[in-house]
Write a protein that binds this ligand. Sequence first.
Ligand SMILES: O=C1C[C@@](O)(C(=O)O)C[C@@H](O)[C@@H]1O
Length: 253
Amino acid sequence: MATLQVKNMTIGEGKPKVIVPLVGKTSREILNEAEAVNRLKPDMVEWRVDCYNEVENIQSVKDVLRELRAIFSNELLLFTFRSHKEGGNKVISDDYYVELNQAAILTGQIDFIDIELFNKEEVIKSIQETAKANGVYVIMSNHDFTKTPDKDEIISRLRQMQELGADIPKIAVMPNSVQDVITLLDATYTMKTKYADRPIITISMGATGMISRLAGELFGSAFTFGAGKDISAPGQISVEELKTVLDIFHKHL
Ligand SMILES: O=C1C[C@@](O)(C(=O)O)C[C@@H](O)[C@@H]1O
């Protein structure tokens, strides 16, 4: 599994890097949250723009992005519109999904953009081309909030993302048993050792899946999401606790 160098961060080696989501609803809430999250010293900050009540106003989105960049001048910034069908907060049209993501890329304020795999090919292509042309890296993602697909299906989705040219393929799934967590970890390790030629992110959500957020250095997940002011998905623990465990793994591995 090759690493990816972005700014001064080598992604895919050593400790998993910590991403903290921003899930505020108003501009004010988001900026207050950002100040608090900044103190946690995350490696990357994810703005979950689907939580923002003005997400349908491109100018407001751009204004918030400018302020976020000023706060997070050293951290990587990830822009994510999570669709309603994959656990997000708002339903928007394909056209607006493309327009919003392209506008975010063109601000020059973000480092990464999230594009969901389960989109029409032309939707993925248009956003990806804009990202490439503007030096923005693509995390391609897929989420299942109800179950864990089998090992082959998890691997097949991650490989599909890789074939589509994602810089970082990512999958988050919900376990209904401990065996499901083992399936996710098994798929992750097989991906890391057999198929991945770039960093990947894998998550088993909920309390049962917590180990997947802690042991990425062992199994092969390059990033892990920690809770800032609020969680953006079940199973996220505080950044402080998360970093403690990541340090323990790193020290002894
Ligand atoms: O895709 C992911 C992963 C996530 O769902 C998690 O389980 O930590 C949290 C989301 O904010 C993010 O976009």
